[in-house]
Design a binder for this molecule. Structure first.
Ligand SMILES: *[C@@H]1O[C@H](CO)[C@@H](O)[C@H](O)[C@H]1NC(C)=O
Ligand SMILES: *[C@@H]1O[C@H](CO)[C@@H](O)[C@H](O)[C@H]1NC(C)=O
Ligand SMILES: *[C@@H]1O[C@H](CO)[C@@H](O)[C@H](O)[C@H]1NC(C)=O
Ligand SMILES: *[C@@H]1O[C@H](CO)[C@@H](O)[C@H](O)[C@H]1NC(C)=O
Ligand SMILES: *[C@@H]1O[C@H](CO)[C@@H](O)[C@H](O)[C@H]1NC(C)=O
Length: 523
């Protein structure tokens, strides 16, 4: 029997229980030195700091965050009293994953009964998959399959991306000890054979790999998922010839919280790829404050280790939520709204048939957090946007003091993807932009590591500092178009609009590889 009442001090419930035989509970233990962790995350990522690039090893991180003996003893005692013996810890000692029979559930205290909405603030629905959609069915008569024979492009392929972002044949990975990763959840699997076919069809003009080197976790047997196929195919086309890992979290969402499982893996592995692309998220307001803060602390842990973590900004523009009183407000997305990740928005070609100017993709997620205050690194950029935007939505729709996102963007419209051996056109979403930016960051890491420089790590401080020095050619500024929001009489479906320099629709804009490389080699 589990003891009734509240958990010991320092515990927050972070997992969820399932109505099957075994219950897997993830316990997030109170970490030590959290203020120091935040300070270090800022220091190692800030090119102006003496700590810049002085990343911590997993062992050093453990010495920082490991729970106090008092916390560990309380937890131990509580578990023993409950007869729970089957627990596994992680290298940083701040998580426990325990397995226990479900017969305990009816007597579990309320805070353990996660499937009950409200008890743990909506953890049960995290993460919702970004909607990556193929619109092929809707465009039977539109030009599609013939595009590869034609001279001009009809859809985004690796050569279109590499041309637009100025990646030449020489711009591929050269180091065997550099790597990049994407994370998959909820039954999304990729097939090596799809990747091989994709590279055969679309990879002729640049050196690349055609195989994922390492799958961490378990890949299911079933059909390939569009999201997983897209991520793997495009991270390996932008970060071409760079060793690629896939973190596969087998969405047994009845028994385990897959997003937490990924965070646990990161805290339990000493050697990790430098760059992680994640195309998942959920509404910020559906998650409990404790959960948001803890996941944010996990991103600080990643930052002190020098990892770059990129999240898709979402596909619903500013989003929309009806408050209990009936008024509308925008709806930020998390982890996109975390101040310790780099968030990627979406663009489309102004002329869909030419590799040319990019404009806002109206789906591009963006806005302001209601939970995390605006971090220092973006203070000037956001202030300037708020002061100079010709037209802003009514202030009741968003919280202008919050962390604003996205940080940058890439094409998100009209991609070709091979899934289950079939080339599919019209695949869209910020799910596509994110692995593209991830591959480009991994390529810049490759050049930095070759010169004995540290990896880029958490990118935002250096990115904002770089752009605030004045206009650079490192990113193509996206200045046209607005994204979508609430369909009501006040805003009429319109959220924020892109403008010169940073904006909460496309961030600083899209990468111009040679100039971005040059600027970041100097950081
Ligand atoms: C973390 O890694 C250790 C050593 O490999 C392993 O024994 C342990 O079970 C892992 N923890 C979890 C939660 O998987
Ligand atoms: C990069 O691409 C843009 C537009 O495609 C072009 O104007 C520019 O000259 C290219 N080269 C460099 C080095 O920026
Ligand atoms: C691809 O990367 C490997 C190291 O992983 C390197 O040895 C090889 O030279 C690279 N290929 C090209 C064409 O540069
Ligand atoms: C990776 O390889 C490069 C070139 O061989 C070397 O300079 C660098 O120290 C290596 N980095 C790590 C982390 O092993
Ligand atoms: C606005 O954001 C701040 C954090 O920046 C937060 O403390 C505050 O509660 C938010 N206000 C509302 C109404 O959500």
């Amino acid at each position: 029997r589990l003891p009734r009442g509240r958990p010991p001090a320092g515990w927050i419930p972070a997992g969820r229980v399932a109505p099957t035989q075994l219950l897997v509970l993830t316990l997030a233990l109170r970490q030590s030195h959290t203020a120091r962790l935040a300070q270090l995350a800022d220091g190692v990522s800030d090119p102006g700091s003496l700590l810049y690039g002085k990343f911590l090893s997993l062992e050093q991180l453990r010495e920082l965050v490991r729970p106090s003996p008092v916390t560990l003893a309380a937890v131990h005692e509580w578990l023993q009293g409950a007869g729970v013996t089957d627990c596994r810890s992680v290298a940083t000692l701040d998580f426990l994953e325990c397995v226990m029979p479900t017969r305990w559930v009816p007597d579990a205290p309320a805070w353990l009964r996660a499937p009950v909405p409200g008890a743990v603030g909506g953890l049960h629905r995290f993460p919702a998959k970004r909607k990556v959609v193929s619109k092929a069915w809707a465009t039977e008569s539109a030009p599609g399959a013939q595009s590869q024979q034609g001279g001009f492009h009809l859809g985004v392929t690796p050569s279109v991306l590499r041309k637009r972002y100025n990646l030449t044949k020489e711009d591929i990975g050269a180091l065997s000890n550099n790597s990049q990763a994407c994370a998959q959840f909820l039954e999304q699997y990729f097939h090596q054979a799809d990747l091989a076919e994709f590279m055969q069809l679309f990879g002729r003009s640049f050196g690349h790999r055609s195989c994922v080197d390492r799958v961490v976790g378990q890949q299911g047997q079933g059909r390939a998922g569009l999201e997983a196929s897209l991520d793997v195919e495009y991270i390996m086309s932008a970060g071409a010839n760079i060793s690629t890992w896939v973190f596969s979290n087998p969405g047994r969402h009845e028994t385990q919280e897959p997003f937490l499982a990924w965070l646990l893996l990161l805290s339990n592995m000493s050697a990790l790829p430098w760059v992680h692309s994640v195309s998942y998220g959920d509404d910020e307001d559906s998650l409990s404050g404790a959960y948001l803060q803890r996941v944010n602390a996990e991103f600080q842990k990643a930052a002190v280790r020098g990892l770059t973590v990129l999240f898709a900004s979402g596909d619903e523009g500013a989003g929309c939520r009806k408050s209990p009183g009936g008024a509308h407000a925008f709806r930020p997305s998390f982890p996109a709204s975390s101040p310790y990740v780099t968030t990627v928005g979406g663009t489309a070609f102004k002329n869909p048939f030419l590799v040319s100017l990019e404009v806002t993709d109206y789906i591009s997620g963006g806005g302001f957090s209601n939970v995390f205050p605006r971090p220092d690194y973006q203070a000037a950029a956001v202030k300037k946007f708020l002061q100079s935007a010709p037209k802003l939505p009514p202030s009741s729709y968003y919280n202008s003091s919050g962390r604003a996102y996205p940080d940058l963007a890439a094409l998100s419209d009209n991609y070709w993807v091979v899934s289950n051996r079939i080339p599919l056109p019209w695949v869209s979403g910020t799910s596509a932009s994110t692995p593209v930016v991830a591959g480009i960051v991994a390529l810049i890491n490759d050049r930095r590591l070759q010169r004995g420089l540290p990896a880029l790590g958490f990118l935002n401080p250096v990115l904002y500092k770089l752009q605030e020095k004045g206009p650079t050619a490192a990113l193509f500024d996206v200045t046209q178009g607005c994204h979508l929001s609430c369909l009501d009489a006040v805003v009429e479906g319109q959220g924020f609009c892109a403008g010169p320099s940073w904006d909460p629709v496309t961030g600083w804009g899209t990468p111009n590889y040679p100039q971005l490389l040059q600027a970041l080699l100097a950081a």
